[in-house]
Ligand binder design. Structure first.
Ligand SMILES: Cc1cc2nc3c(=O)[nH]c(=O)nc-3n(C[C@H](O)[C@H](O)[C@H](O)COP(=O)(O)OP(=O)(O)OC[C@H]3O[C@@H](n4cnc5c(N)ncnc54)[C@H](O)[C@@H]3O)c2cc1C
Length: 283
């Protein structure tokens, strides 16, 4: 088994600030962590490797300081780390990010063996879009299993995987062929601490560092700002509503009176709606 886990170094969520002019996330001076969902993905990947054998490669795209996150992942027990770093990636939106990562995963396949499973987190805690995993799956033509809470079984001889996918109101049990891409929820598992051996190995390990060209990217215009059609126009906190709810006392009232009171209350708070309805009625 070869498993690739995409991890993103993110600012510790409580301390995120947004640049007032460019509307991009300001990372300078903010402590960083591995995106929490990615840690659950890594734990699930390590469990699969421990059970079935093979290797886990962690991959991140980011500035040189993202090496820290990769080294941390090695201390948890990942076997290999790849850092995709190049000024051409600066300003990437989710389209450009998933393009660059998918190219790097293909290159990892060429260099270290085709992955059987690619993991991403469900979403990050800074960008929050949850688009990168599906974007990678689409580009690599992989079956995508999203919002996975747990891998229940893998049958290597049949090249089949069964997972539990959490959805509103229940759990789906999905069976798929390998290879596939999984976007991981917070799992039910406890994240391991990593052994002393892993910590020593992590400190000594060489991180594979690839530029865009080394990752096999030929069309550089699909990377970074040039490859990013998304423009963040404005970032703001919505102003709180003046009144959250209106309570109508219904004790000992007829249904008709309650309905009248309800409609009157709606019109008081939304006079434009009353005007709209009366014009529609007279037309
Ligand atoms: C116009 C625009 C400009 C931007 N400019 C910048 C900028 O200059 N600098 C900047 O840092 N960000 C910038 N961003 C943010 C950037 O889009 C996101 O960091 C990136 O696209 C990932 O999106 P997300 O965080 O929503 O990931 P999600 O889709 O929520 O992430 C899902 C999963 O994908 C994987 N993943 C996501 N990103 C990475 C990564 N980099 N490496 C490995 N795995 C990953 C992780 O497993 C993660 O859990 C910009 C965004 C826009 C729209």
């Amino acid at each position: 088994m070869h498993i690739v886990v995409c991890i993103k170094q993110v600012p510790d969520s409580a301390q995120i600030r947004v640049h007032p002019v460019t509307n991009t996330i300001m990372r300078q001076g903010v402590p960083t962590i591995i995106n929490p969902y990615d840690l659950f993905a890594l734990e699930e990947a390590l469990k699969v490797r421990d059970h079935h054998g093979g290797e886990v490669t962690v991959l991140t795209m980011g500035p040189p300081m993202a090496e820290e996150a990769l080294r941390k992942a090695l201390t948890y027990g990942a076997d290999r780390a790849v850092l995709l770093t190049d000024r051409h990636f600066a300003g990437s939106d989710t389209l450009a990010t998933s393009f660059a990562l998918s190219q790097a995963i293909a290159q990892i396949g060429n260099s270290f063996g085709t992955p059987d499973i690619v993991f991403t987190g469900k979403q990050t805690i800074d960008g929050d879009t949850a688009q990168v995993g599906p974007g990678i799956a689409k580009r690599l033509n992989l079956v995508q299993l999203t919002y996975v809470a747990k891998i229940t079984s893998i049958d290597l001889s049949a090249r089949a995987i069964t997972v539990e996918r959490r959805s509103e109101g229940g759990t789906h049990v999905l069976k798929s062929k390998l290879p596939c891409l999984i976007t991981m929820l917070e799992g039910t598992t406890v994240i391991r601490r990593g052994s002393l051996d892993d910590a020593l190995r992590a400190a000594r390990s060489e991180i594979v560092k690839w530029s865009a060209v080394e990752a096999g990217i030929e069309d550089i215009t699909k990377c970074g700002l040039r490859g990013s059609p998304t423009v963040v126009k404005r970032v703001f906190a919505p102003t709180p509503r003046e009144q959250k709810a209106v309570q109508i006392d219904t004790t000992e009232k007829r249904v008709r009176d309650i309905a009248d009171e309800l409609v009157a209350s709606i019109f008081t708070h939304q006079p434009a709606l009353q005007h709209e309805l009366s014009s529609a009625g007279s037309a």
